[in-house]
Write a protein that binds this ligand. Structure first.
Ligand code: ZN
Length: 306
């Protein structure tokens, strides 16, 4: 398999990133963050989650976020939904892309959604057909595909089986996610390879957390295994609920740098992405884990030594 000439980046900082940060940002700051991401050239952004606000209070402003988004025909703003009620809220808010999540193990799925993986797959089918009926595009994420905090190792056959099951409801894309940040590149090659073999026409997206510093290596392995889309968060915002001191998603600007130097287009302006990572740093109350925000681009403007 040859690497794609271009990779689409989905900015997940406003949702996955901020949901796992300690600091709680105002709706206005979140909207400014989204505007800066769009200005940097990102064209797909996960901006909100339509989950029960009692369970995830900091995502309670999903409707306000959608009402305040920069109006651009060339940008797609995605919303996370976990059930029919969430889908109805997303549709009412004007969301044009929804993402549903199915965990690769029953125990993780139960703790997150209160039901088994099979029951979430049934919900996904229902949401997918509701989305089709209303002209909203729908994708699905296989979470904890590389390891589960409760069940441990996840058999590759299990991931392939769930991928086949969710594919029956025709998502436009399937994401394979390392939710807790335990994957290594060899495993990424194997799982992406096996899912691509089972579903040769399906677009695959990678979602990696840098919890154990293997995030960018995993992203590279996914690209080489045929992934066309990667999730990332500016600055590397976020965390991991199962590793309290962990860093978040792979940093968007670090990914843009790596892919750009490999000759792979992302459409994202590296300098602007770095500026945004440095800007969000002031709002989350700590230095962002992304390395490009510290080191700067290369080749770049000559800087004074010292
Ligand atoms: Zn995540």
């Amino acid at each position: 398999m040859q690497a794609a000439r271009s990779i689409e980046i989905v900015e997940v900082g406003p949702r996955d990133g901020l949901e796992n940060e300690t600091a709680e940002l105002t709706t206005a700051v979140k909207l400014e963050f989204i505007r800066r991401a769009v200005d940097a050239g990102v064209r797909r952004i996960e901006v909100a989650s339509f989950v029960n606000p009692r369970r995830v209070p900091r995502m309670a402003d999903a409707e306000a976020i959608f009402a305040g988004l920069p109006r651009r025909a060339d940008a797609i703003y995605g919303g996370l939904v976990l059930n029919r009620a969430g889908f109805d809220r997303a549709a009412a808010a004007g969301c044009r892309e929804i993402g549903m999540v199915v965990f690769s193990t029953d125990e993780f799925n139960r703790r997150n959604q209160g039901v088994t993986s099979a029951e979430s797959i049934r919900t996904w089918r229902e949401i997918s057909s509701a989305a089709r009926a209303t002209g909203i595009r729908a994708q699905v994420t296989l979470s904890a595909a590389f390891g589960c905090p409760f069940e441990g190792e996840v058999p590759v056959s299990r991931v392939v089986e769930i991928a086949r099951a969710v594919a029956e409801a025709a998502p436009f894309e399937i994401a394979i996610a390392d939710t807790i940040g335990v994957a290594v590149p060899g495993q990424v090659s194997e799982i992406f390879g096996r899912v691509a073999e089972a579903l040769p026409r399906m677009a695959l997206r990678g979602h990696f957390h840098n919890t154990r510093n293997t995030g960018l290596a995993n992203a590279y392995a996914a690209v080489m295994a045929g992934a066309q889309v990667l999730d990332a968060s500016l600055g590397g915002l976020g965390g991991c609920p199962f590793a309290p001191a962990a860093t978040g998603n792979i940093p968007t600007e670090d990914l843009v740098y790596m892919l750009g130097r490999m000759g792979i287009e992302t459409g994202v302006d590296l300098e602007r992405a770095i500026d945004t990572a440095r800007w969000i740093e002031q709002h989350v109350g700590h230095a962002v884990p992304g390395m490009l925000a510290k080191a700067g681009p290369f080749p770049g403007a000559r800087r004074a030594a010292g």
